[in-house]
Every structure is written in structure tokens, then in C-alpha cells.
Design a protein around this ligand. Structure first.
Ligand SMILES: *Cc1c(COP(=O)(O)O)cnc(C)c1O
Length: 499
């Protein structure tokens, strides 16, 4: 038997009593507004050679058991089995594709063809397991406001999961036609989708208001319900993301692309900083990673941060062709700040207060020193489109816009450093999810075609089968047609729960 040390979770903003993993998953956010962080990063207990003989689920278990120490082997394995099944269109779950001297780790083979499926397909199971562990009898009601992608991934994850219900609010006129179609065709009696007459901020503010309504919470508790969140700051979304970096390393070793112990670089197209933080955790578990390369689009607040040590959100918000990275406050960066301050909650709280007040903060020279394993850069809209075209012409491989940002940044990194370390690029979405931008990058003539024509065109050109997620929305019937005003959101929740 291996000896596993218990991991407890602290808030990034105060030194209160630590909580267990299951409690951290249930709560999502700490009461003081901080994020939960592990009290230490556990070291891998299996060697890369041992891991290279395992499939995705087995590797996931070896990683997650070290973080989620109050779940039993049976509980965790059951969660993993239910998550990484035929919802994914490949048994490999996360294939590595070699193209033009880099390894693209395809994280988009789940039900909504973006990498958020990697975590949102397991979070519902971790959540109900955690509820049972903590003697919670209520049904868990997930409330989410979405600007498009998270909503569908959360719906797909929670649909049909016993003991849960999910309610998604989206801006009726603020998401793409494909995104709306994906949501309103979502099956499952426990799902509820509402278009609100307002923008994304209105939806988000409305959801926060319902969350903080203590009276409503008591009323619901009496009826056997309680709210929870599927937001990306939940530790139950972060930990599952560590697994695919370990898996990628093991696959490179298995295929003889690297030798045991050889270091690799990791490039991550970044928005909220969750995915790259998972790679940072993997490195701190002992996975041989050299550089963590953080790729931004024109919202390059992180690039400026790595370059200057100052985080400053006071700037214009740019709408780009990689919308899931259009973010000026990267929530998960708070966890890194806490760690590089020496797990110092007071220091972190001070910096976050400055971010809340002035919209900026500056870290100390000592903290900057701790960032030496990170490299940050960004790609402009033009560079992103050029990289899609370049790779397609060179080898026929078609990237989505987000992955292209990462790929373009990797070219800049090589040009600057001459580093020849083998490199894994996190491929976060299928090109079919952003067909118009992708096809326009390859040839302007495609702009004249309809979205559905473009899908067929892309399939032929990339020689890739149209993903089920796209085929489905062509024919799936609309099952949600609810709309409401911003001030009617609470009533909509009541209506769905029947209270
Ligand atoms: C969410 C998302 C990202 C950004 O990931 P973070 O963990 O928020 O940094 C990148 N690409 C795609 C396609 C996404 O959906």
C-alpha cells in the first residue's frame, strides 16, 4: 500500500481552518471570497515509465487520488468511469498529434468539442460524491450565467446526473447562433435553459444576487434544494486538468519521442488561467516540465504581467476571434500569486484588494523571481489567422483560433530563445467550433458561404469527420424556449424547481 499524505485546502485570502477536498468542491469559493488551494502539492507516486503503460482513466486516478484524499478509491474510480466514457469520440480521450515539430494535445474530443469538457464531465460526479460524504441530503442545483461555451459544457456534464439540477441563463441576443442552438437543444429532465433580455453582465449579476439571497437559500433548503456553482474556480475543475499533462508526458515516453526524465515545454492558450495553472501543478508534482508558456490574444494583460511584474486591467477590452480568451481578470491567477508569495494569504489579500480598487497591483522582486519558469507572449488577430493558414498549407492540420494563438506564441518563443526542448501545445477547441474564423483564415473566399456549408467544406479540407456535437445541432429539436426579464430570474428558478 502506498502512503498518501492527506491534502487539505486553505483559502487564498485568510488563514482559517482548512477544509477537506470534498468540502472545497462543495463550497466552490471560500466564505472570505478567496479560492481554495492545496496546503501542499503532492509528488507523483508512479514513475513516468509506469504511467506510460496506463490508459487515460488510470492516469487520471493516479493523479487525482493524490489531491482528493478524502475520496475513497471506489468513489474516485466511479467518478472517473462515469466521466471519461463514450461521451468522448476517442477511447484515447486526449490524443497527441505531431505537426510541424510540436505535439498538439487535443483536449476537444468530449461532448461540446472544447477542453472545458475535460473537467465538466467529471465535476458533477465529484460534486454528488462530495455531497453524500458530507451528509448533504438536498438536491444540488447548479446555477450558471454563460456567455456561450461554459453553459453548454456544464449542461452536457450535469444532464441526467441524479441528485442534481442545472439552470443556465444566457443573454438572449448575446451568444452565437450555434451556441444558442447547442443550449436550447439540450436533453435531460434536470436541465433548464433561459434566455434573458439583457447582456452577459446582467445574467452574471442576476445569478450572483440569487446566490447571495440568504432568505431564498433557507426557503429552498426547507424544500430539499441547495445551490452550487460549476465555475472554473472550483478546485473540482482544476484537479482533473492536471491529469492530461501527466498523460501527455507518459504518451511521449511510450512512443519513444522522449526519454525518461527528459524535460518538455508546455504551451497553453490562456484566459482565466485555469488550464496553465494545472500545468504548473503538474510541474510541481515532479513532472519534468521546463517552461510554462502562457499564450494570450490581444487582451494581453498576462503578457504585460510576466514582462513587468504589474497586473493592470485598466485597458480596452478587445473582441477577438478567440472569444474564450477575451478576459481582463484571470481569476485563477490568484492561486499562483498566493503560491509565489510563499503561501501568504495576507499578501495575496492585499494585492487582490488593490485589483478590486485600482484595477492593478505590482508584485515584489522576490515574487517575480518565482515566475522564472513562465514565459508569456501574445498573438495579434493577424498572426492568429496566419498561423492557421501556415500550418494548414504546410501539413494539412487545421487548428482552431485559440490553439492557433498558442501555436503562434510558440513560434515567437523559438525565434527568441532557440530552445529545442520538445513541446506540447494544449489544443483547446475543435476547429469546427469556430468554423467561420478558421475558414476565413485559410481563404477569404469562404466568407460568402453559410455556416453549415462551411462545416462541410472544413470536413473535406481537413479530412476530419464532422464531430457529433455539430451533426446533432443540425437536426436536434429545440426543447428550451424560456425567456425572461432580468428582474424575473428568481421567479424562473422557482418555477423550474416547483417551489
Ligand atoms: C476556456 C477556454 C480557454 C482558456 O482557458 P483558461 O483555463 O480559462 O485559461 C482557451 N481556449 C478555449 C477554447 C476555451 O474554451
Amino acid at each position: 500500500m502506498e502512503n498518501i499524505t492527506e491534502v487539505l485546502y486553505n483559502s487564498t485570502r485568510s488563514k482559517g481552518k482548512p477544509v477537506t477536498a470534498s468540502q472545497a468542491i462543495l463550497k466552490g469559493l471560500s466564505d472570505d471570497g478567496g479560492l481554495f488551494v492545496p496546503d501542499h502539492i503532492p509528488a507523483l507516486t508512479k514513475s513516468p515509465a509506469e504511467l506510460s503503460a496506463m490508459n487515460y482513466k488510470q492516469v487520471a486516478y493516479e493523479v487525482m487520488k493524490l489531491f482528493l484524499t478524502d475520496l475513497t478509491e471506489e468513489e474516485l474510480k466511479s467518478c472517473i468511469d462515469k466521466a471519461y466514457d463514450s461521451k468522448f469520440d476517442t477511447e484515447v480521450i486526449a490524443p497527441l498529434v505531431e505537426a510541424q515539430g510540436a505535439y498538439y494535445l487535443e483536449l476537444f474530443h468530449g461532448s461540446t468539442i472544447a477542453f472545458k469538457d475535460m473537467a465538466l464531465s467529471i465535476l458533477p460526479h465529484l460534486l454528488i460524491t462530495s455531497a453524500r460524504k458530507n451528509q448533504i441530503k438536498n438536491e444540488i442545483v447548479i446555477l450558471t450565467a454563460t456567455s456561450g461555451d461554459t453553459g453548454k459544457a456544464a449542461l452536457a456534464g450535469f444532464a441526467g446526473v441524479e441528485g442534481t439540477r442545472i439552470i443556465v441563463f444566457y443573454p438572449k441576443n448575446g451568444v452565437s447562433p450555434i451556441q444558442e442552438k447547442q443550449m436550447v437543444t439540450q436533453k435531460g429532465d434536470n436541465t433548464f435553459v433561459v434566455g434573458i433580455h439583457g447582456n452577459f453582465d446582467d445574467a452574471q449579476t442576476g445569478v450572483k444576487k440569487i446566490f447571495s439571497d440568504k432568505e431564498f437559500a433557507e426557503e429552498l433548503d426547507a424544500k430539499g434544494f441547495q445551490f452550487s456553482s460549476a465555475n472554473s474556480i472550483n478546485i473540482g475543475r482544476l484537479v482533473p486538468q492536471v491529469c492530461y499533462y501527466v498523460y501527455a508526458y507518459a504518451q511521449l515516453l511510450k512512443e519513444g519521442k522522449i526519454t525518461e526524465g527528459e524535460k518538455i515545454n508546455v504551451v497553453v492558450p490562456t484566459g482565466n488561467f485555469g488550464n496553465i495553472l494545472a500545468a504548473f501543478y503538474a510541474k510541481n508534482m515532479g513532472l519534468p516540465i521546463h517552461k510554462l508558456i502562457c499564450a494570450s490574444n490581444e487582451n494581453k494583460v498576462l503578457y504585460d504581467f510576466f514582462r513587468t511584474g504589474t497586473y493592470d486591467r485598466n485597458r480596452e477590452f478587445v473582441l477577438t476571434s478567440s472569444p474564450s480568451m477575451d478576459i481582463l481578470i484571470s481569476s485563477n491567477l490568484e492561486r499562483l500569486i498566493y503560491h509565489i508569495a510563499g503561501d501568504n494569504a495576507d499578501k495575496n489579500k492585499e494585492l487582490m484588494a488593490s485589483l478590486g480598487g485600482q484595477g492593478r497591483y505590482e508584485i515584489s522582486a522576490g515574487m517575480r523571481e518565482e515566475l522564472k519558469d513562465f514565459y508569456g507572449n501574445f498573438a495579434s488577430e493577424e498572426e492568429t489567422a496566419e498561423e492557421i493558414a501556415r500550418l494548414y498549407r504546410a501539413c494539412g492540420y487545421v487548428l482552431d483560433t485559440h490553439t492557433s494563438v498558442a501555436s503562434a506564441v510558440y513560434r515567437k518563443y523559438i525565434a527568441e530563445t532557440g530552445d529545442t526542448t520538445k513541446t506540447v501545445i494544449a489544443s483547446t477547441a475543435s476547429p469546427f467550433k469556430f468554423t467561420r474564423s478558421v475558414m476565413n483564415a485559410i481563404d477569404k473566399k469562404y466568407d460568402a458561404m453559410s455556416d453549415l456549408e462551411l462545416v462541410d467544406e472544413l470536413s473535406g479540407l481537413a479530412n476530419v469527420k464532422i464531430p457529433g456535437a455539430i451533426e446533432e445541432i443540425r437536426t436536434a429539436p429545440v426543447v428550451h424556449d424560456h425567456q425572461c426579464e432580468v428582474d424575473e430570474m428568481k421567479d424562473a428558478v422557482k418555477g423550474f424547481l416547483g417551489v
